[in-house]
Write a protein that binds this ligand. Sequence first.
Ligand code: NAI
Ligand code: MG
Length: 359
Amino acid sequence: MTQNILLLPGDGIGPEIMAQAVRVLERLKSDGLDIAWDNALIGGCAVDATGVPFPQETQDKALAADAVLLAAVGGPQYDVLPREQRPERGLLAIRKVMNVFSNLRPALVYPELVEASTLKPEVISGLDIIIVRELVGDIYFGEPRGIEMRDTEFGNERVGYNTMVYSESEIRRIAHSAFKTAQKRAKKLCSVDKMNVLEATQLWRDVVIEVSAEYPDVELSHMLVDNAAMQLVRNPKQFDVMVTGNMFGDILSDAASMLTGSIGMLPSASLDANGKGLYEPIHGSAPDIAGKNLANPLAMILSVAMMLRHSLNQVAAADRVDSAVKQVLAQGYRTGDIMTEGGKKVGTVEMGDAVLAVL
Ligand code: NAI
Ligand code: MG
């Protein structure tokens, strides 16, 4: 049966890098993969065309598709819009609507790009970890929230507040997702919380321990988030899979990605309970280099590989794409963001050419 993919090119460099991903899809299709795709609007381009960042038509198509591939949204021209109309609202909305609660963020250091990192080679060479971040709960969505006038010890003044809240069902489903991810790798899972201070994360730890009974083959450890931040920089290779809540995961996954030094190289997956997912590079729309054939399309192409692996169950095709990216790096092709000494400087399209040549 044909598997249907929805493509959301978005804004800035989005359409340029998506064009290279589409060339990869075309190649796989002509080699026999039974896939089809359609396009829709999200972010700034959707605001321009329809007045809203996540139009109903896009929502319908996203829910009907087997997987969604998104490039990036946003741009300085939209900063003047009210909050509900901002392109980034489209991102939050599609994650919520698809109920993709499990965000997989790999941080992988390619041997050819070790020098792109700001850390010492011995600390990061060979690094290959995944952070599993809960994506639709926690303090980012918790109620009550707001800014209001209150009487405090200083007098009547503005007070800002948010609520960190997790139900045991929310914790259980992300824990299952993390244990399953760990089972496919080194069978080592580190759960990160702040149980010494926050009740919500005491429950987190309790439930993760309960779920661990179903995964006796996975070695579970726990770490407080402040220590985890420190350990990620001191000795990141001690980890394999880490699982944590939305806010801690936001911060730790960005820190982990920068260990690799190459924002243009990192894909991500956001999965629902059935493995349906939203796949996107971790970087934004890079308005500073948009339209100049400068963007690195590899994070986008690696997002295709994650989609093949996690939603379309096409592991051989996923391996083929991952391997093609490794080969073009070994051949010395470099966009500006990953330039290394002696590298062959290429643009977005030429990097796509190199990947296609290997495929
Ligand atoms: P950004 O990730 O777009 O860019 C940060 C820096 O990295 C820039 O210098 C950019 O040129 C470079 N860069 C990013 N991707 C690259 C690639 N593939 N190849 C080469 N260089 C690359 O983050 P920034 O500048 O903070 O945000 C720009 C816009 O993107 C904003 O409107 C922001 O809201 C939006 N954004 C969207 C995201 C998404 O769609 N998931 C995530 C982050 C930001
Ligand atoms: Mg972030």
